[in-house]
Write a protein that binds this ligand. Structure first.
Ligand code: TRP
Length: 447
């Protein structure tokens, strides 16, 4: 059998994982969730979930992927042969499919807005004009489809080039660039006169605003933002060399992801407050509020181009990780070539993507379980498939795998410096803490 693909360097592995985690979840979803959930208190709860819940799930996916050296379906076949565990692989493939199907629509919007920025369409500082520009953009039956196809084509081409020459090569350039751009926009925002109220909103918690909904939103955001629960970390983990520290990469990914979310908050909230806009604007926050801000500040037109370019980059380094889950599954389980696997996945994704995109306009009234297609794919994946997928990953590692094997994987980098206490903390959070908390969310989510 041919040698399996893998990342070429430690830095490459880290940026690929961080590139998957950092995406529209950080730059579009996190700021508006912070805005609608009252600010700093939401951030603190979110951070607690990342530490206590997301990390154990991330380790578990990583352990399963790297130990088995296989795709999401094959992984369980390797580690638990002749059992039904491999069927969980389907949950991951379905979850990835559901996510990429609406993610590519928003990815298309980022290109549409990049185009508007380049052609200086934000010169009008009027929230009503910009609001109708947004609704016109997303409800049209042609334009967003074209941009969605461009986004998917770019995603497909990077994945086609493979792990080292595609995913790793592009994320290595794009991630540092993304960091520089988001920092520039954040500095501009923080130095605006009147930005202090935004900083206070971000950093002074008011726990009296916390509701059950805040907690559920924070949990869902932790799953979505760290790309856990549908096999992304498992798949990328299978390309990471044994000499790398799995715990180290996971923690670095979580820190990078959180850092991006906070800097994105800094790029957006101070400006929102400086211009007296409501932070609770919702999903339009990035697409309506920011162009309004860019129209009024010096160098705004330039910053708008930078910002939407950054949004596009962040989205594509995530969408390639979603596609790779499906492609590696088809490739390894059905002996397809990378190309055929991509074309086949794309046929399905484009179909679903068209439905999601049109559900913003002409198909708005087509409802399944009370949701339009976009919300159906968004809600079922984030609120159901990701928690289910994460739950089974921790249960598998905590209860089905041998404790010795888990330890071996956790310490494979050779740095056996983890104290027994640290190992036990990780192990018991995988075995008890994470599954119990996830089960509680799932049940409360269903109620
Ligand atoms: N984490 C990415 C973001 O924040 C999105 C993403 C990529 C994702 N792969 C995933 C979400 C897998 C859930 C599952 O935008």
């Amino acid at each position: 059998m041919a040698q399996r693909e893998s990342f070429g360097s430690s830095f490459g592995a880290l940026v690929a994982l961080a590139g998957s985690a950092v995406g529209l979840g950080n730059l579009w979803r996190f700021p508006y969730l912070v805005g609608t959930n009252g600010g700093a208190a939401f951030i603190i709860i979110y951070l607690a979930f990342v530490l206590l819940l997301a990390l154990p799930i991330m380790y578990s996916e990583f352990i399963i992927g790297r130990r088995s050296q296989s795709n999401v379906f094959g992984a369980y076949k390797v580690l638990a042969p002749k059992t039904k565990w491999c069927n969980i692989g389907f949950v991951y493939v379905l979850g990835s499919l559901a996510i990429i199907s609406f993610y590519c629509v928003v990815g298309g919007w980022t290109i549409a807005y990049l185009w508007k920025a380049v052609t200086f369409r934000f010169s009008m500082a009027d929230t009503e004009v910009l609001g109708s520009m947004f609704s016109q953009t997303v409800t049209s039956s042609t334009q967003p489809l074209a941009f969605m196809l461009i986004f998917l084509a770019a995603t497909g081409l990077i994945v086609l080039a493979g792990i080292k020459d595609g995913i790793e090569r592009y994320t290595k350039v794009m991630m540092p660039l993304l960091f520089v751009i988001v920092v520039i926009v954040a500095i501009r925002s923080v130095t605006l006169p009147g930005s202090g109220a935004g900083l206070e909103f971000l950093f002074r918690p008011d726990f009296s605003k916390v509701t059950a909904g805040t907690i559920i939103d924070a949990l869902g955001q932790a799953f979505f933002s760290l790309s856990i629960g549908c096999g992304t970390i498992m798949t990328y983990g299978s390309y990471v060399a044994k000499k790398e520290s799995l715990v180290g990469i996971s923690i670095e990914t979580a820190i990078t992801d959180t850092l991006f979310a906070i800097i994105a908050g800094l790029a957006i909230m101070p400006a929102v407050f400086a211009f007296g806009i409501s932070p609770a604007e919702g999903p339009g926050l990035v697409f309506v509020t920011l162009p309004y801000i860019f129209a009024q500040i010096p160098f705004g037109a330039f910053l708008a181009i930078l910002f939407f370019f950054m949004l596009f980059i962040a989205a594509i380094t995530s969408s390639i990780s979603q596609l790779e889950v499906i492609v590696s599954y088809l490739k390894e389980e059905f002996s397809m070539s990378r190309k055929v696997a991509i074309l086949l996945s794309m046929a399905v994704i484009v179909t679903f993507g068209i439905l999601c995109s049109l559900s913003q306009g002409v198909l708005a009234d087509v409802k399944i379980f009370g949701f339009n297609f976009f919300d159906l794919f968004d809600k079922t994946s984030a609120n159901i498939l990701l928690p289910v997928g994460g739950f089974f990953a921790v249960i598998f590692v905590g209860w089905k795998m041998k404790r010795e094997d888990v330890k071996d994987e956790l310490t494979s980098s050779g740095i056996r410096k983890y104290s027994p206490l640290f190992f036990n903390f990780i192990y018991y959070s995988i075995k008890y803490l994470a599954p119990i908390v996830v089960a509680v969310i799932l049940v409360s989510g269903l109620i």
